[in-house]
Ligand binder design. Structure first.
Ligand code: HEC
Length: 123
């Protein structure tokens, strides 16, 4: 390689490997977050994908910032149980937020075959 390109190529290599590492770390956080979400029972009220149920509000797709979620979990004033730090660490809450942020939007009814059939019935 021509020596005058070396610093640029080196910089690119460093940049891309950093992006690779953080994407992997994000994937790990999402996976840990899902496990914790299931282990401590968030899913029982909020649904496995955080989209809510009769027992708990939807937490996705509009996800609160980690501090707000942590605050709610620690000091829940309502029907939701309080989770002290011995049960759920701050790091685990950050992982839960990573998981919630990774949940994709629900598809449009028009994009779901069986619902398309229902929509036709209505017309
Ligand atoms: C027993 C049912 C139950 C469980 C278990 C539960 N929640 Fe909740 N959660 C609720 C209900 C109900 C609300 C609505 C506010 C209220 O009534 O207190 C709520 C509200 C919230 C909110 C506030 C949402 C908003 O937009 O204001 C967050 C964030 C939240 N829950 C996260 C969690 C997480 C994370 C877990 C697991 C660590 C969890 N919840 C476990 C029932 C539950």
């Amino acid at each position: 390689m021509n020596i005058k390109y070396f610093p640029g190529v080196l910089l690119l290599w460093i940049l891309f490997s950093a992006v690779g590492v953080s994407a992997q770390e994000d994937a790990n956080a999402v996976e840990r977050g899902l496990k914790t979400f299931m282990r401590v029972g968030c899913y029982e009220c909020h649904g496995t994908d955080g989209k809510g149920s009769e027992a708990g509000t939807a937490l996705t797709p509009e996800t609160l910032p980690p501090e707000a979620i942590a605050n709610f979990i620690r000091f829940s004033p309502g029907r939701m149980p309080v989770y002290p730090v011995e049960v759920l660490s701050d790091e685990e809450i950050i992982d839960i937020v990573a998981y919630l942020e990774s949940v994709p939007l629900s598809p449009d009814a028009d994009d779901v075959d069986i619902l398309k059939a229902l929509a036709l019935d209505k017309k």
